[in-house]
Design a protein around this ligand. Sequence first.
Ligand code: ADP
Ligand code: MG
Length: 283
Amino acid sequence: MSTDTATAAPTRRDPTAPWPILQIRGLGVTFGGFQALTDVDLDARQGEVHFLIGPNGAGKTTLVDIITGLTKPTTGSVRFDDVELTGHKEHRIVHLGVGRSFQAATVFEALTVAENLDIAASFRMGLRGLLRQARGRRPEVAEALEVTGLHDVADRPAGALAHGQKQWLEIGMLLTQKPRLLLLDEPVAGMSPDERTRTGDLVRYVAKDCTVLVVEHDMDFMRRFADRVTVLHEGKVLKADATVAEVQADPVVQEVYIGRAKDDRNSVSRAAAATDTTTEETA
Ligand code: ADP
Ligand code: MG
C-alpha cells in the first residue's frame, strides 16, 4: 500500500465517515503457476454488511482464506483495525476478533446446541477464565441462543438440527467469541426461502456491533441484505465497494455474473418446464 493511500484513508475518529476496519490492498496469490487473485483491494467499514459476490472460481473463498490466515498471499496486505493480518497464524487472527464460518457448518453433532455454544465461548476465555467461571449458563451462551432463535432447541443434539439451524448454530458459536469482523462463506446455500430471510435478519442484527463480510451466490439475498458489494471475477475486482443499485446497473457485472445467473435460472426453468410436461404427460 502506498503512503498516499494510507493518508487518504478516513481516520477511525471521523464520526461522519465510518472507518474501513478492514482494508485489503494489492492482494495476490498464486497456486503453482495459477494466479487465483490479482491486485485485490477491498474496504469494509465498521458495522457494514459487505457482500463479496462473483461466479464460481472467482476467488471468493481464497480471499476469505487469506483474511483468516489459512492461505498466505503472494503479494499485498490485509489490515484489520490497523493490524496487519498477513503473516499471523489462524488462532492469532481469531483472537484479534475475526470469526469465520465455512460452507459446510462445523458443529459437534453429538453435543447439544448449548454445549456447542459453551465450548465455543470457552475458547475465548482461556484456562484462567474457565477455572474462575461460575456454574450455570454463561451470558454469551444465553445471548447466542437468543440471537439465533435456537433457545427452544438448546438441549437437542446439534446433529438433529435442520440445515438452517445448524448454520445459525455455527454463527452463534462465532458470536460467543465476540468477533468484530465476521466472514460468512455462502451462509444461505441449500436454505429454504424462509431460512434465508431469517439468516439475513440475523446478519443485519449481528452487524449492529460487528462488520460482516458475506460471500454469496444468491443475488436476491444480496439485494435484500447488502450495504455494499464487491464483485470478483477471475481473481480480480470487477466492481469495488458499490451499492446494490450500482452493481445491478453495471453492464459488465450483468454480463459476467447476473447474465450467467439468468442463464442458470433459465436452464432451471427449462428443466422445471420439462418436468411439468412430463408430469402432464403422465397425469
Ligand atoms: P470461489 O470461492 O469464488 O468459487 P475459490 O476461491 O474457491 O473460488 O477458487 C478460486 C480459484 O482458485 C479456483 O480456480 C480454484 O480451483 C483455485 N484454488 C483455490 N484454492 C486452491 C489451492 N489450494 N490450490 C490450487 N488452486 C486453488
Ligand atoms: Mg467458494
